[in-house]
Ligand binder design. Structure first.
Ligand code: NAP
Length: 252
C-alpha cells in the first residue's frame, strides 16, 4: 500500500535522509522546511528517481503561521498522511543564562511547540483512520541535563513514550528517535566547536534513519541507533547523579 509521509526539516541532514529512504520505499512525500528553492529541487529529484509524488510546504516552524499551515495539511482527508516525522531542529551555541531570551523562545517553539501542534493534528486524524505512525526526532542529549536543548528533547521523549502506549490500541505507533552526534549541517549552523569530538562518536544520517525505520516496524517507543550510543544512553540514564552533574557541566 502506498503511504504518504510528511517530514519537517527535509532539506538537510537527518530529514533529508528520511526523505530519500522513504521515497526509495515508494512512499509519497510532503516536504517541509524554510528554504523553498532547496525543497523544490529535492522534490523534483525524488519524483524523477523514484516515481513518487513530493509536495512542498515552505514554513518557518518557529512561527504560529508556519506550524498552522503544516498542521492543516496533516488534517486533509483527501491525501492522508500516514507517517509524520517531526525532525526540524536547531540549537543555540551558548548556554541558557547567557543567551538572548527571544532566541530561547524561538528554539522552544521549534523544538517543542511545533512538534506538539503537528502531533496533535496528526493524532486526531490518524485515530479516525485507525492507523498511522509518528517519529519525533529527539536526541541522546535528552538523557543528560544540559540546558534548554536537552530539556526540550527530554520533553519530546517523555511525550512520545506516553503517546506510544496511549495510542497503540488505535493502531498508531509513536517513536522518539534519539541519535548521538550525526554528520549534518546542525553543528555548523549553530557554530559549535566540534573539533574535539572523537571520530568514533560520529554517525551518518543514513544509518540513523535506517535504525529508526527498523525500530518503527518493531513498534519501539525509543530508538537509539548504533550499539555505541545504546551503551552510552544506558549509562547516562543509569549513572549516579553526581557523575551526571559532572557531565552536564562539560560542553555539548
Ligand atoms: N546532528 C546531530 O548531531 C543531531 C543529534 C541528535 C539530534 N539531532 C536532531 O535531529 C534533527 C535534525 O537535525 P540535523 O542534524 O539533520 O540538522 P540540519 O542538517 O541542520 O537540518 C535541520 C533541518 O531543519 C530545518 N529547519 C531549521 N529551522 C527550521 C525552522 N525554523 N522551520 C522549519 N524548518 C527548519 C532546516 O531547513 P531550512 O533551513 O531550509 O528551514 C533543515 O532541513 C533536529 O531536531 C536535531 O535536534 C541532531
Amino acid at each position: 500500500m502506498t503511504t504518504t509521509a510528511l517530514i519537517t526539516g527535509a532539506t538537510a541532514g537527518i530529514g533529508n535522509s528520511f526523505a530519500r529512504a522513504l521515497a526509495k520505499q515508494g512512499s509519497n512525500l510532503v516536504l517541509v522546511a524554510r528554504d523553498t528553492a532547496r525543497l523544490e529541487a529535492l522534490a523534483a529529484d525524488l519524483e524523477r528517481k523514484y516515481k513518487i509524488t513530493a509536495e512542498v510546504i515552505s514554513a518557518d516552524l518557529a512561527t504560529t503561521e508556519g506550524m498552522d499551515r503544516v498542521a492543516e495539511r496533516l488534517t486533509e482527508s483527501s491525501a492522508p498522511v500516514d507517517l509524520l516525522v517531526n525532525n526540524a531542529g536547531a540549537s543555540l551555541a551558548r548556554w541558557f543564562g547567557s543567551t538572548d531570551i527571544a532566541d530561547e523562545d524561538r528554539q522552544l517553539d521549534l523544538l517543542v511547540r511545533a512538534p506538539m501542534h503537528l502531533m496533535d493534528a496528526a493524532l486526531k486524524t490518524m485515530v479516525g483512520r485507525g492507523r498511522g505512525a509518528i517519529i519525533n526526532v529527539a536526541s541522546v542529549a535528552a538523557f543528560t541535563p544540559r540546558g534548554t536543548y536537552s530539556a526540550h528533547k527530554a520533553w519530546l521523549v517523555n511525550l512520545s513514550q506516553w503517546a506510544n502506549i496511549k495510542y497503540s490500541t488505535a493502531g498508531i505507533t509513536v517513536q522518539a528517535l534519539c541519535p548521538g552526534f550525526t554528520r549534518t549541517e546542525f553543528h555548523q549552523r549553530m557554530q559549535a566547536e566540534i573539533a574535539n569530538v572523537p571520530k568514533w562518536m560520529w554517525l551518518s544520517s543514513d544509518a540513523v534513519v535506517r535504525g529508526s525505520l527498523r525500530d518503527l516496524k518493531k513498534g519501539k517507543p525509543i530508538s537509539v541507533p548504533s550499539l555505541r550510543y545504546k551503551v552510552l544512553a544506558f549509562l547516562s540514564r543509569h549513572a549516579p547523579s553526581g557523575l551526571v552533574a559532572k557531565i552536564a557541566k562539560k560542553g555539548r
